[in-house]
Design a protein around this ligand. Sequence first.
Ligand code: HAM
Length: 445
Amino acid sequence: MASKTKFQAIRGTRDLLPPETALWNRVEQTAHEVFATYGFGEIRPPIFEPTELFARAVGGETDIVSKEMYTFQNPTGLAPMVHEKEMVGTLAEMSPESEMISLRPEATASVCRAYIEHNMQQLPQPVKLYYMGPMFRRERPQKGRYRQFYQIGAEILGGPDAPAIDAELIEMLMTFFDKCGLQGTELSVNSIGHAADNCRRGYVALLKAELEKVKDKLGADSQRRIETNPLRVLDSKLEYEQPIIATLPRIADHLCDECKTHYAAVKHELEQRGVIYRENWRLVRGLDYYMRTTFEITAQGLGSQNAVCGGGRYDGLVELLGGPPTKGIGFAIGEDRLILSLQESGKGAAPQGRDVYIAWMGERAYATAIRAAKDLRNAGFRVELPPTELKFGKALERASKLGSRFALILGDNEVADGQWTLKTLADGSQQKLTEQALLEYLLKP
Ligand code: HAM
C-alpha cells in the first residue's frame, strides 16, 4: 500500500501562489524595463556551481560559505544518486573540494565566472548584466528570511575607474524601487577602502587592537570575529554591544587618499542625481569581495530583516577568479522582502477576476461557446468556460464567485437567433447583442 505521508514544502522554502505571483511578475517586469533603460542585458547563470567558486569569491570564513551553503558531491557520469549520508554541510567536511558543488548562495561569483569564461573583456566595457532567480542559504527561517529566496541583481564589470559608475548604478536601483512603489526606503552608503596597509588593512589592525581591549565586554560571536573578521563586529545588532562599538575608530578616518577621493566623488555624484543617502560607517557587508563603495537599502514593514538590497564595489574579484584585472560593482535585491514590504504598504496584488464567464446550456450552445471563448481570449479577455453543463442559475453563481465582470449566456435560443445575452454582473442588467456587436461592446474602453 502506498504510504499516506502528506508532503510539505521543506522548512525555509515555500510555494508562491496566485494572486501573489502576479505581484512578483509585475516587480520582475519593472526590473526588465528599468534595467534595459540603463543598458543592462539579462544573464541566466546556472543554479549550482563548484563550491570552490563561492569559497574563493565570497570568502571561506564568511557565514555564507562556512555555514550556510547547500553542498554535495557532484556525481560524475551516470553514478547512482548520492545517498543522504554522503551529503555534507560545511566546507570543512568536504574533500576533495574539486568534486563538490553548491547551490548558489548569491550570483555575483557566477557572473564574474561567466565574464571570464565568455571573454567578455573583449566586449565594449563596461559590461552591464542583471539576473533574477532563486538563491539558497541554510539560515534560520523567519519573516523575510528563507532558505530558498529570490534575488534581482545587477553587476557592472570592466570600464574605467569612475565614481559615476557607482552613482548611476545606485540611481538605477532607486528608480526601480520608486517604480515598484516601495515605501520608506533608506539608502545607506559607506566606503570600506581597499586592501592596503595605508588603507583598510591598517584600519583593521587598529580596530582589532581596540577590540582586544574590550573583548571581555563582547558576546561570543563578536569575540570570535575579532580573530576571523574584525570588521564584522561593526555589524552586530546586540543591544549591549552598541555603546562599545560607538567608541571604536571609524574607517572613514583611515582611508588612503585615493579611496577618500573616490568616496567623496561617489557622494557628490549621488547628490548631482538627486539620490538621497545616509552615511553609515558601520556598513561593512558580510561578503569578502567588497572594497570602497558599499551600500544597503532598507524599507518599511519588514521587522528585523529590513535590508531589501545590498551591494558594493568589488574591483579585483574577476582577477581573484583567474581573469584579467577588472573593476566591478553590483547589488542584489531580496525579492521576497521587496514583495513583503509592498504587501505591507497595501501594494499587494488583488485576485484577478474573469472578464467573461460563459454560461452555456445545450449541445449547439456548447459548440458556439467553445468558439466564443477562443475568439474572446484571442482578443485578450480573461474567459472562463465551464467544462460541464451547468444550470444557468448555478453558472451565474460561479461567475460572480470568480469575480467575473460579465456573463455571456448561451442557450439554444440565443444560438438559433444569433442574439447573445450579455449580463453585467455588477448591476444585473442584460442586453442582447450579435456576436460582432458583443466583441465591439467589450472592446470599448
Ligand atoms: P547579500 O547582502 O548577501 O548580498 O544579499 C542581498 C539581499 O538578498 C539582502 O539584502 C536581502 O534582501 C536578500 N537576502 C539575503 N539572504 C536572504 C534570505 N535568507 N532570505 C531572504 N532574503 C535574503 C549579495 O548577495 C551580493 N551578491 C550582492 C551584490 C551583488 N554585491 C555586489 N553585487
